[in-house]
Write a protein that binds this ligand. Sequence first.
Ligand code: GDP
Ligand code: ZN
Length: 326
Amino acid sequence: MLFYFKGGCIKGRIYKIESKDYYVSDAVDSLIRCSLRGRFQKEFALKKDKLYKVDLAAVGDYVEFEFNKDGTGVIEEIYPRKNHVSRKAPKIKGASTRGERLEQIIASNLDLLVVTSSVKNPKFNPKVIDRLIVTGESSNLDVAIVINKIDLGLAEDIIELADIYKEIGYKLIFTSKVNGEGIESLKELLNNKTSLIWGQSGVGKSSLLNILYPHLSLRTGDISYSTSKGIHTTVTSVVLPIDENTFVIDTPGIREIDPYGIREEDLGHYFKEFSEYINNCKFNTCTHNHEPGCAIVEAVQNGEIAIERYESYLAILQTIEEDMNF
Ligand code: GDP
Ligand code: ZN
């Protein structure tokens, strides 16, 4: 990463955000606690008498900051993002139920989304995996899938589902922190990229990162985190610098995954294997649900598209529809 000085401003990257404190890396990767200039806040009126402020800076952003005399800093500039991953902000207590849910940015400037899962504890859940894949695809990210804890046994149905993902074209790695399987491949995959490690709580994200990069010493087994307190809640993603060109973004405490800003008519495009059929639907507004002449439904019936993936598609479609019919 290149950092440079320019008119008193230092270029850095936001590594974590705690409440109103932005921790920004400087040239030697020490973290400077910064505040954010007011112009980087946006106000949303969610209820007549209440304004909610949402900060426009996110973990992963490249910024310019200036030092205060006491060693803290002020962020003066946020560079345009290459991309970002976001979810719908949790619902706000007391706020009107009408109106769009706000966007909460999990991380920005990413190269890869690593969708992490486990064979057991918590149980393998393709619906959650598909939700995360859709989030990654809609942000235009490369997506890879990790299935962890294979020392606990790899059931036939998981192997079959894994094959579905491989056939679609996703890189898939089986891993175990217990017997070390897949660790080298995973390390290779993460090299020279900024990767967002995302998956349900307890699948072993921190454990894997600790094995890959022992100096991190992340806490594991901590599932008591809660993020359902509203939009002021800290989004607890954190950039972990590995080497000059390798960054992983861990997401402890981020459990709910409601993809943000996905339109019904676009959802099919985030299921990669739908793409070769999608233009054959009778109606170009087809949501591949109930419409006659749907090429996706036909491909599912012919066994060309996996039924599990189609079911995930319908489940996500339904949550989009519910949000639109508030
Ligand atoms: P996270 O919430 O995704 O970060 O998950 P953690 O890394 O905290 O791990 C949750 C629990 O799963 C801990 O008790 C770990 O020891 C355990 N665990 C993690 N990886 C493995 C693995 O490969 N095999 C087995 N058997 N347990 C694991
Ligand atoms: Zn269709």
